[in-house]
Write a protein that binds this ligand. Structure first.
Ligand code: GLN
Length: 476
């Protein structure tokens, strides 16, 4: 029996090296748990059929001395990450039987290092949602309480890790889709700097916002995965080559660092237990020497509105390629227009159709200037104000989400209530800065709560440092 609950990437690596267990034995343990739990939780849409071969290949790397930290490490990947020869449906009926014809850059890297790709995980359709209930392939349940959502859109990846059905997982973020499910499932989730990790081979939602983002049970695991995947990729035109990090210009990490808290953003809509937990986390940081500074972010107040204009505009453009002809699901029609209409009408779910309509509207003649162009300007203002804030503070802290995990079915008929889940996530995606979500305790129902730290572009190392420090403070 391997103690899966307390396993970390480094522990696993050591155990492989010390021959305490083999790559295959570990995978078999995870498969056992998957067989027990997945039917109920629906974290995985598919378990790949070649994982035992992958485990043999990984084992060989240990025997020939070519193993890296990720060799033999079991990964789950979100259903919008391409893995050649395997299905990738982005949680949508329109791509139900689509088989990837090439590897995404992140998968290529994982394969190169001998990581074991266990399976693809459930998600909100095309990553649109905060609860993994808009998937065409059923809802995913929260392992802390199966009557509740795991968060979304990368809910399947979160539940796979939280349910000990895999060690680490990849999701994607456009606006909180890793941090929010990490928060609801008691995990650590990182949204990297935009341009840090390649988007090549990721089924796009909002190109100017999307980033592949890791989940882990602790900060160190997430750090290891991020470091392995963060590199310049010529296949992604938005990948950043010259990475200037203010991290390297700072003195060594010190607990005298300053944390800015935009208290004014939490005036409305934040659950009182979430707020109490956040205040007590800030208190712990203060008592251990961090300087807590009250900051004002007047434009960030409009992040959600800005996001819900820019994102649908990009979504409507991206999803236009699913026309019933080039990929996936196709319905018959008398003429071309009918084929388009029937294929898209039946292939896309309600939320995808809603966003296509919204996006088409904000981009249409006459509304483009009033909505899209204005949102682009506000986005710039938010970015300016964030960068200005980081001249005075090293981090900005907020609760990760305004509530803990809500019930299945809740908010489904109220899109605005669902969109409000993203309120603290949006600034990092809009401005491209990195953000780390870390468990910060539990509410009275035993549901996980979470704190988020944001830092300036390419300051992931600072985030990992404060994250590890917080993990020790949290227990006190
Ligand atoms: N909740 C966000 C939305 O519905 C999730 C987007 C994301 O990060 N993929 O747009």
């Amino acid at each position: 029996m391997i103690d899966l609950k307390n396993l970390t990437v480094e522990k696993t690596h050591r155990s492989f090296k010390n021959k305490e267990f083999t790559c295959k034995e570990l995978v078999q343990e995870y498969l056992k748990v998957i067989r027990e739990k997945n039917a109920q939780l629906n974290a995985y849409l598919e378990i790949y059929d070649d994982i035992l071969n992958q485990a043999d290949e990984a084992q060989k790397k240990f025997e020939t001395g070519t193993a890296t930290m990720l060799t033999g490490i079991p990964f789950a990947i979100k259903d919008n990450i391409l893995f050649a020869g395997h299905k990738a449906s982005a949680g949508s009926k329109i791509l139900e039987n689509y088989v990837a014809v090439y590897d995404s850059t992140v998968v290529k890297e994982l394969k190169k290092q001998g990581a074991i790709l266990i399976g693809r995980t459930n998600m909100d359709e095309f990553a649109m949602g905060s609860s993994t209930q808009t998937s065409a392939f059923g809802v995913t349940r929260n392992p802390y309480d199966i009557s509740r959502v795991p968060g979304g859109s990368s809910g399947g990846s979160a539940v796979a890790v939280a349910g000990d059905m895999v060690l680490v997982a990849l999701g994607t973020e456009t606006c909180g889709s890793v941090r929010q499910p990490a928060s609801f499932c008691g995990l650590v989730g990182l949204k990297p700097t935009y341009g840090a990790v390649s988007r090549n081979g990721i089924i796009a939602m909002g190109n100017s916002l999307d980033q592949v983002s890791p989940f882990g049970k602790n900060v160190r695991d997430v750090e290891i995965v991020f470091n392995a995947l963060s590199k310049y990729d010529p296949m992604d035109s938005t990948s950043i080559k010259d990475r200037v990090s203010p991290d390297t210009q700072k003195p060594p990490f010190s607990s005298a660092f300053k944390i800015g808290v935009p208290w004014h953003l939490f005036e409305k809509g934040v659950d009182s237990e979430v707020m109490d937990n956040f205040k007590s986390s800030i208190e712990k940081l203060k008592n251990s020497g961090y300087k807590i500074i009250d900051i004002e972010l007047p434009y960030s107040k409009y992040s959600l509105e800005t996001y819900y204009i820019i994102m649908p505009a990009e979504v409507s453009t991206n999803l236009s390629r699913f026309d019933g002809i080039r990929y996936g699901f196709s319905d018959k029609g008398e003429n071309l227009m009918e084929v388009y209409k029937k294929s898209r009408g039946k292939g896309f779910g309600k939320e995808a159709r809603r966003r296509i309509l919204l996006g088409t509207y904000v981009l249409s003649h006459g509304y483009y200037d009033a909505y899209y162009n204005k949102a682009i300007k506000v986005r710039e203002k938010i970015k300016e104000e964030m960068l200005e804030a980081f001249k005075n503070v090293n981090f900005i802290a907020t609760p990760t989400t305004p509530t803990s995990a809500f019930k299945l079915g809740e908010k489904l008929d109220d899109p605005v209530a669902m969109y409000l889940c993203d309120i603290f996530a949006a600034p990092a995606n809009l401005t491209g800065i990195p953000a780390l979500a870390i468990p910060s305790g539990k509410d009275k129902n035993g549901l996980p709560l979470s704190i988020q730290f944001m830092a300036s572009h390419f300051c992931e190392n600072s985030l990992f440092e404060i994250g590890k420090k917080f993990e020790t403070l949290r227990e006190k």
